[in-house]
Design a protein around this ligand. Structure first.
Ligand code: NAG
Ligand code: NAG
Length: 455
């Protein structure tokens, strides 16, 4: 009887930014390909150990996995017309209805916890003491009563403000009021702040403002997730310092607002893959790249495109902030957004963001390492003509050459769940991918013997 060629036991444990590894490697090499496999495995170890020195995250104990919730912007924008459109204007009524549904329709159980207000909640002026106030017609109970309502449902409340002189929609900005505003939000019981970057006249004001607000939130003593748009507004002038941004923010937007269209989703994926060298390694527990809201359940994406968004937001370890109407959503979109297997990938405790592995012939392959040495692989078919295309991939290079070494169990999670079986290191995997759709796979490493036994 011959033992497995390579036994590799790696236990990786992440505790608040520190990574501990216990490694045992037993080698019994019998061929060149096994030596290659082994070298690739060691390269992977080097990669994991390297992560120990990753950038320090904002120390507020929050967002250890990407934030999940609902955010009003993409679907409801700045609708102030409560006279004619009482069900879609930005009002406490809208947020109370969403809070009710987040609990009754399984969203909270699936992990969607933060109910977030975006721009246009404010009255046009601060009060006599210089504090922000909610629009009295649209939020008659004020934000503090809404926060109580949301907390009583077991949810958390997010709010929006701006680092500059005005919000993007022209409401009062926080420049000159950072301490007052942080304290006001804490007094109201707010749990997340999305801090926008409009109407800011210099990169210095922007950088100082984002940092100052982070410290002002900390000084309130309340745990408040801090969602920044800092790098997005720095990019036109210089390359953002992501190591610094991670020390102050729980997540940060890099790219423009998402729209309800395939063109928009595609442009976000293109931006992310073309900048991945600079942004992937900085993400991790406590601090995440934010590619913006999930628009699944709206009007602009086909079913396959919705699958692509869900799969790739999981690969990118993105905050999952839906912007849709939970009162009117198809059972299909709801099932996709509540897919436990895909959410588990997004929320994987190792917290390493995935990346684009290759792009060839209009197919993109992305992968992401998971805890327990599993990997997830996504294949997108970007060809917008014709029907489903077959794509054959050699499993050997997947997961830095170790995902299927010596063998792996492959489970397809999207478009529907099915077990594809065991694949040895030298085998190929053939899949069919719909136009603009994605096939999402989970790869679990197994020893050759186990796979032979089970086959
Ligand atoms: C404030 O920062 C300190 C040190 O960085 C940290 O220990 C503490 O938990 C933070 N408090 C809040 C409320 O975020
Ligand atoms: C806000 O406006 C004042 C007065 O015009 C200006 O001095 C200040 O630099 C502005 N701040 C920002 C962040 O744009």
């Amino acid at each position: 009887m011959i033992g497995p060629p390579l036994r590799l036991n790696l236990k990786a444990q992440v505790t608040r930014g520190n990574l501990y590894c216990v490694i045992t490697v037993t080698m019994n090499l019998r061929s060149r390909s096994q030596l290659l496999g082994c070298l690739l495995a060691l390269r992977f170890l080097a990669l994991v150990l390297w992560a120990v020195h990753g950038a320090k995250a904002l120390d507020n104990g929050l967002a250890m996995t990407p934030t999940m919730g609902w955010l009003h912007w993409e679907r409801f924008m700045c609708n102030l017309n409560c006279q004619e459109e009482p069900d879609s204007c930005i009002s406490e009524h809208l947020f109370m209805q969403m809070a009710d549904l987040m609990v009754s329709d399984g969203w909270k159980d699936a992990g969607y916890e933060y109910l977030c207000i975006d721009d246009c909640w404010m009255a046009p002026q601060r009060d006599s003491k210089g504090r922000l106030q909610a629009d009295p017609q649209r939020f008659p109970g004020g934000i503090s009563r809404l926060a109580d309502y949301v907390h009583n449902k077991g949810l958390k409340l997010g709010i929006y403000a701006d680092v500059g002189n005005k919000t993007c929609a022209g409401f009062p900005g926080s420049f000159g009021y950072y301490d007052i505003d942080a304290q006001t939000f804490a007094d109201w019981g707010v749990d997340l702040l999305k801090f926008d970057g409009c109407y800011c006249d210099s990169v210095e004001h922007l950088t100082d403002g984002y940092k100052y607000m982070s410290m002002a939130l900390n000084r309130t003593g309340r745990s408040i997730v801090y969602s920044c748009e800092w790098p997005l507004y720095v990019w036109p002038f210089q390359k953002p310092d992501y190591t610094e941004i991670r020390q102050y923010c729980n997540h940060w937007r890099n790219f423009g607002d998402i729209f309800d269209s395939w063109q928009s989703v595609k442009s976000i994926l293109d931006w992310t893959s073309s900048h991945q060298k600079g942004i992937v390694d900085v993400a991790g527990p406590g601090g995440w790249n934010d590619p913006d809201m999930l628009v699944i359940g709206n009007f602009g994406l086909s079913w396959d495109q919705q699958i692509t968004q869900m799969a790739l937001w999981a690969i990118m370890a993105a905050p999952l902030l839906m912007s849709n109407d939970l009162r009117h959503i198809s059972p299909q979109a709801k099932a996709l957004l509540q897919n436990k297997d895909v959410i588990a990938i997004n929320q994987d405790p190792l917290g390493k963001q995935g990346y684009q592995l290759r792009k060839e012939d209009n197919i993109e392959v992305w992968e992401r390492p998971l805890s327990d040495l599993a990997w997830v692989v996504a294949m997108i078919n970007l060809q917008e003509i014709g029907g489903p295309r077959s794509y054959t991939i050699s499993v050997a290079p997947l997961g830095r050459g170790v995902a299927c070494n010596p063998a792996c169990l492959i489970i397809q999670l999207l478009p529907e769940k099915k077990e594809l079986g065991f694949y040895e290191w030298d085998s190929n995997l053939k899949t069919w991918i719909n136009p603009t759709g994605t096939v999402l796979l989970r790869l679990e490493r197994t020893s050759q013997r186990t796979s032979k036994l089970l086959l």
